[in-house]
Ligand binder design. Structure first.
Ligand SMILES: Cc1ncc(COP(=O)(O)O)c(C=O)c1O
Length: 382
């Protein structure tokens, strides 16, 4: 079955008990047991039919052994990182979602889990770090949030596996419709399903997919022990979101390409970060490992324009955190999504005060472009 059909039907197509074409919201905490130790489901932290349908769906879409659904993307990442022990080391890229950096820097540091930062496209530096030993996992985000750096998943996986390190890929920006990291050697995929998978900015959720049963067992044990599960209603919301993922992603791809074409000629913009830019470093790799460029574009506002006045003048595009919804959203990473990253790291990698991150929605592309044009006109310094 092709992915568009898998998205609509999934591995659990209809409710077994009733034939309902949508998996019902099994809003229950517990289940009647037929006898002592005789039951299908025991307790909803451990298992719930709505959540399980979602977990099976994401596992089949990502081509993994099993899926697990969490209360947020950060709960998913936290469960994955909870596999590691004091003294072990994780390698992370120098720009990634600020919350992932924060949980390592401010929470897992209490338990002496260490991290090392490398440039996402510097395989030589990665290999040097792996040679030093003690690395349990390489965590990558490709493309990165917010600088759209592309990492060659296959190269990283080969280097990491040589040293018995796991490869964890945050696939939030792409979704399984555009990129399936397990096909390129990743061991674990995480998603902020709050974004493209939910797709409507109405649900906070996270997903994990593992390549093997062994990894699934370990993370499922953590999920059940620590309890950050996704509720039945939110699981239903994601199941609904998945059905339209293909058509939404196609439109995000199309609209972002049009917005990029406009931004290239816009004097108010000095630099654009977009994987669909043929001049960008990651263009070839992105074309090889992903089926599109998605809806994310970051750009730097030129000196003669006030970035604050610009975002405040937008009418159609909403200033707000998050991304991947049907509506276009813009954010200021330095003070919003990436404020947890120390300023010296932000400035060094390019998350400057005039960088903006645009999540191009599925509205009419001309309307999005006109909104940008009009806001730039208002933001021009006199
Ligand atoms: C790439 C990426 N990963 C993870 C997260 C965290 O997900 P959540 O906000 O659902 O906890 C985000 C949130 O913005 C993100 O952009």
């Amino acid at each position: 079955m092709k992915i568009e059909s898998m998205l609509v039907h999934g591995p659990v197509d209809k409710d077994e008990a009733t034939g309902a074409v949508n998996i019902p919201i099994y809003q229950t905490s517990t289940y009647a047991q037929q006898g002592l130790g005789v039951f299908k489901y025991e307790y909803s932290r451990t298992g719930n039919p709505t959540r399980e349908a979602l977990e099976k769906a994401i596992a089949s879409l990502e081509g993994g052994y099993g899926g697990l659904a969490f209360a947020s993307g950060m709960a998913a990442t936290t469960a994955v990182l909870s596999m590691f022990r004091a003294g072990e080391r994780i390698i992370i890229p120098d720009n990634l979602y600020g919350g992932t950096f924060r949980v390592l820097d401010k929470v897992f540091s209490h338990f002496d889990l260490k991290y090392t930062i490398v440039a996402p496209d510097d395989i030589a530096q990665l290999k040097t770090e792996l040679e030093k030993g003690g690395v349990s996992a390489v965590f990558i985000e490709t493309p990165t949030n917010p600088l759209m750096d592309v990492t060659d998943i296959r190269l990283v996986a080969d280097a990491a596996h040589e040293k018995d390190a796991l490869v964890i890929v945050d696939n939030t920006f792409m979704s399984p419709y555009l990129q399936r990291p397990i096909e390129y050697g990743a061991d674990i995929v995480v998603h902020s399903a709050t974004k493209y998978i939910g797709g409507h900015s109405n649900t906070v959720a996270g997903l994990v997919v593992t390549k093997t049963k062994e990894l699934w067992d370990r993370i499922q044990f953590i999920q059940n022990s620590t309890g950050g599960v996704l509720g039945p209603f939110d699981s239903f919301m994601l199941l609904t979101g998945l059905k339209t993922l293909a058509v939404r992603m196609d439109r995000h791809n199309e609209n972002a390409a049009k917005v990029f074409d406009y931004l290239k000629g816009e004097p108010a913009v000095t630099k654009i970060y977009y994987t669909g830019d043929p001049a960008s470093k990651g263009y070839e790799i992105q074309n090889r490992q992903a089926a599109g460029h998605g809806g994310m574009i970051s750009f730097v506002v030129a000196d003669g324009y006030d970035h604050k006045a610009f975002v405040e003048s937008l009418k159609l595009i909403t200033l707000g955190e998050s991304l991947g919804g049907v509506e276009s959203l813009i954010c200021h990473p330095a003070t919003m999504t990436h404020a947890a990253i120390p300023k010296e790291i932000r400035d060094r990698v390019g998350i400057t005060d005039t960088l903006l991150r645009l999540s191009v929605g599925i509205e009419n592309a001309d309307d999005i472009i006109n909104d940008l044009k009009e806001a730039f006109a208002k933001a021009k310094k006199s």
